[in-house]
Write a protein that binds this ligand. Structure first.
Ligand SMILES: [Zn+2]
Length: 78
């Protein structure tokens, strides 16, 4: 696993993983700040965030993506 994920760092030197998409109105924007990158990553995985290969996005945005996909589905497929 590479360590190239986008992390946010606060004034206390804690890390959080931002949501990559931020397309949902209910998007949580970022994970909780944790002591280390490893813990920040565990936090989002505990919340069932989706790993995209370059970063993570939250469940709310995942649902929004799925809604968008169903909206653009051609009508003749139904
Ligand atoms: Zn999100």
């Amino acid at each position: 696993m590479s360590d190239e994920l986008p992390y946010m760092e606060n004034e206390d030197g804690e890390f959080a993983i931002p949501c990559q998409l931020k397309i949902s109105a209910e998007c949580v924007q970022q994970g909780e700040f944790c002591e280390g990158k490893e813990e920040a990553r565990e936090w989002v995985e505990d919340e069932f965030w989706i790993f995209s290969g370059e970063g993570y996005f939250c469940m709310q945005c995942n649902e929004q993506v799925l809604r968008n996909i169903s909206n653009i589905k051609p009508k003749n497929m139904i």
